[in-house]
Design a protein around this ligand. Structure first.
Ligand SMILES: [Zn+2]
Length: 332
């Protein structure tokens, strides 16, 4: 479906087997057939992608370039297959490459994260099955290039610029058309959803974890400055009133942060216990997502000095920070 009267820009929507529902891919028709995101590697997504590309008059074998907004399975799963079929070059932000290549370090990071969460073994088993299923909707991308190699992406007579949108993942990127104020935003902002700021590796941080939630709000500030007329997202409807969306997201964030501090105050100590207090209906099916959501919050709460974190027998434990001493107060 063409989504711009002035630009050769199309949207193609394919199903995913995940709770988030269908994922939107974007197609730049000219001067070179370019696909933004690929959909997951499932029979259903493949059939729908072929059908919809043909309906818009595009031949999948003529795709010259695939740009990935980020390294989540519903966005990159089919990219290797499409690249093989068409000879297209695949591009993503360099910090996403380890995940896209199925690097063993990513698996080790996830294993450590689960081990430190205090999740009981039966639930860990369910989590592993879920992670294996999600992984089965992808294929590793052994030949992925950096978006730094591209000066932007031509779209008709316009040029889309890359905009870093870290938070949902460390190397999330958007494509920005300044004259028409159009942002293709991946999963940085999704109407009616606050995208999960996933825990990701980052060797420069205290826990080796990327400051996902802190960066997420930085990204929102960056989008606010761009002031897009429309954000074409990875899921659901486009966002046409970003300030309203940002306020709604912020209010939800503050409520969630307060609930987490309340849960810790009431005795929840591990990430698993906090997840259980906040999302009793999500655990166990969405246990890993709940875990990574809570981790992003506790990392930020710790950074803000609102909670303290330590380790007991290899498990991360949290408690509410002692109130800061008033100016002039002394220890007695
Ligand atoms: Zn995503």
């Amino acid at each position: 479906m063409r989504i711009s009267s002035e630009l050769p820009l199309y949207r193609v929507t394919v199903p995913t087997p995940f709770p988030v529902g269908p994922v939107h891919l974007y197609v730049i028709a000219e001067p070179e057939l370019t696909l933004i995101d690929s959909g997951p590697r499932t029979r259903e997504a493949r059939a729908e992608l072929n059908r919809l590309l043909a309906a818009d008059g595009f031949d999948p074998e003529k795709i010259r370039r695939i740009i990935l907004t980020h390294s989540h399975q519903d966005h990159y799963g089919m990219a290797a297959e499409l690249a093989r079929r068409s000879g297209a070059a695949v591009y993503a932000h360099p910090v996403e490459h380890a995940v896209l290549r199925h690097d063993a370090s990513v698996r080790r990071f996830i294993d450590r994260l689960i081990a430190e969460s205090g999740t009981p073994p039966d639930l860990v088993e369910k989590m592993r099955r879920m992670i294996a299923f999600v992984g089965s909707t992808t294929e590793s991308l052994d030949d992925v290039r950096s978006i730094d190699e591209l000066p932007g992406v031509a779209c008709g007579d316009a040029r889309l610029e890359f905009v870093p949108l870290p938070g949902h993942t460390p190397g999330s990127v958007g494509l920005w058309e300044p004259r028409r104020s159009i942002l293709i935003g991946g999963d940085a902002a999704i109407s009616n959803i606050t995208p999960n700021p996933f825990s990701s590796p980052d060797a420069s941080q205290p826990h080796g974890r990327f400051r996902s939630l802190a960066e997420y709000w930085e990204t929102f500030r960056r989008i606010r400055q761009l002031n897009p007329a429309i954000i074409h997202a990875g899921h659901l409807e486009p966002i046409t009133d970003f300030p309203a969306y940002e306020k709604w997201s912020w209010d939800l964030h503050v409520r969630r942060q307060n609930l987490i501090v309340d849960a810790i105050t009431a005795g929840a100590r591990t990430v698993h216990q906090i997840a259980l207090a906040l999302f009793p209906e999500v655990v166990p099916q969405g246990a890993f997502l709940a875990l990574t959501e809570i981790l992003s919050h506790v990392d930020l709460l710790e950074e803000e000095g609102k909670i303290d974190a330590s380790f007991e027998n290899g498990i991360g434990v949290y408690h509410v920070a002692a109130p800061a001493m008033e100016c002039g107060a002394t220890l007695s």
